[in-house]
Every structure is written in structure tokens, then in C-alpha cells.
Design a protein around this ligand. Structure first.
Ligand code: ADP
Ligand code: 5GP
Length: 186
């Protein structure tokens, strides 16, 4: 059996990572998306174990100490991490494994797994990014400001990525992502 690819998708909050990954899963066979753990509170409609594994700060720390994370980082004041076990299993099964993680986590994974492919998702402008975050309606004004400040810092790291995809139109950007995945060897 061929070994699967590890694909990391980063980009500012609100750029449309979740939207594009959902489209990709519906279109590209063999894609498997890792479910991260987080200490942030669930948004309305988010399901534990599907969107994230929601953990208390103590439980997250226990798992850090137990070495259960492939990577973890603090983002917007909460901790987020990729649980190691399923990711390694799915790569060995030959799946196209997608991690939707921030640039700090991406750098950690790239150092451990140099074959990982890094893709950065951009919104067309900061104004549009803010519109999308506000349109999602999940964050307070203060949280929106934190996310926009993080976005500015993250954008400085775009040059460390293998591919940059502008999410102007969902269908067009999904096509571009599908093409990138299709071009990767197994
Ligand atoms: P992220 O996962 O990067 O934080 P989301 O996928 O949650 O972003 O998208 C943020 C908001 O922007 C959502 O309300 C989503 O429906 C919307 N959105 C995503 N892509 C586009 C697009 N190409 N054009 C307009 N709105 C979009
Ligand atoms: P959100 O709170 O909007 O779901 O996610 C906020 C940020 O956390 C995004 O930049 C997302 O990529 C990042 N993130 C989500 N899961 C992980 C993870 O497992 N590890 C790391 N390092 N970042 C993550």
C-alpha cells in the first residue's frame, strides 16, 4: 500500500479554511481531516469529537505531558493541538491527511515530517476577512480584534508555505486545492 500525504492548511481565521476543506472532502476520495483538540468553547452547532475534541485546560495539559500531541500551539488565547495517534494511522493507510492548523503548528510538523505539504489560504483583503469573521457571527468585537491582529502576524509567514490559495470564490479555490492534491505523488 502506498503511503499517504500529509497536507497542512493554514490561514487567518475567517479566510475560509473550514469551508474549503469541507468541499474538498466531498470531492476528493481518500481525504481524511484530523480533528484537533482545543481549550476554546464550542461555537453554537459545533459537535464534540466532530469539529474539535473540546478539552478543559487541565485535560489539555495532561495530554501535552503524556506526549499525545504531534504539535500544539496557543492561538487567540486558547490552546489547540493535533492528536498524534490517528494521524499516523491514517497516513500509514495511504489517506490524504489534512491538518487545519496555525503556522506555529505547521512549522512544528514540517520539522518532524519534512514531506508535509504546506498550503496557506488567503482572503482577498483584510476588509473581506473582517466581513467574513463578523458574518460568521461567532465572536465578540474583542475576539474579532484579536483574530485580525493574529491574521496580520500570520500573513508574515506566507512565504514559508509551498502553496498559497486565494479564497476569492469557493468553487474556484476548491478547484485549485483539488488540483494541488491531485499533483502530489502517493
Ligand atoms: P476559517 O475556517 O478559515 O476560520 P470559515 O470556513 O469558517 O473560515 O469561513 C468564514 C466565513 O466566511 C463563513 O461564514 C463562510 O461561510 C464565509 N466564506 C468562506 N469562503 C467564502 C468565500 N469565498 N466568499 C464569501 N464568503 C466565504
Ligand atoms: P478556530 O477557533 O477559528 O476554530 O481556530 C483558530 C485557529 O486555530 C486557526 O488558525 C486554526 O488553524 C488553528 N488551529 C486549529 N486546530 C489546530 C491545531 O490542532 N493545532 C494548531 N497549531 N492550530 C490549530
Amino acid at each position: 500500500m502506498h503511503k499517504g500525504n500529509l497536507i497542512i492548511i493554514s490561514g487567518p481565521s475567517g479566510a475560509g479554511k473550514g469551508t474549503l476543506v469541507e468541499r474538498l472532502v466531498a470531492r476528493v476520495p481518500d481525504v481524511w481531516v484530523s480533528v484537533s483538540a482545543t481549550t476554546r468553547a464550542p461555537r453554537p452547532g459545533e459537535v464534540d469529537g466532530e469539529d474539535y475534541v473540546f478539552l478543559s485546560a487541565d485535560e489539555f495539559e495532561r495530554r501535552v505531558q503524556a506526549g499525545e500531541f504531534l504539535e500544539w500551539a496557543s492561538v487567540h488565547g486558547n490552546r489547540y493541538g493535533t492528536l498524534r495517534s490517528t494521524v499516523e494511522e491514517k497516513i500509514a493507510e495511504g489517506r490524504q491527511v489534512i491538518l487545519e492548523i496555525d503556522p506555529q503548528g505547521a512549522a512544528q510538523v514540517k520539522a518532524l515530517m519534512p514531506d508535509a505539504v504546506l498550503i496557506f489560504i488567503l482572503a482577498p483583503s483584510m476588509e473581506e476577512l473582517e466581513r467574513r469573521i463578523r458574518g460568521r457571527g461567532a465572536e465578540t468585537d474583542e475576539q474579532v480584534a484579536v483574530r485580525l491582529a493574529t491574521a496580520v502576524r500570520e500573513l508574515e509567514l506566507v512565504g514559508t508555505y509551498d502553496y498559497v490559495v486565494e479564497n476569492d470564490d469557493v468553487l474556484r479555490a476548491t478547484d485549485e486545492l483539488a488540483e494541488i492534491l491531485g499533483s502530489l505523488g502517493g
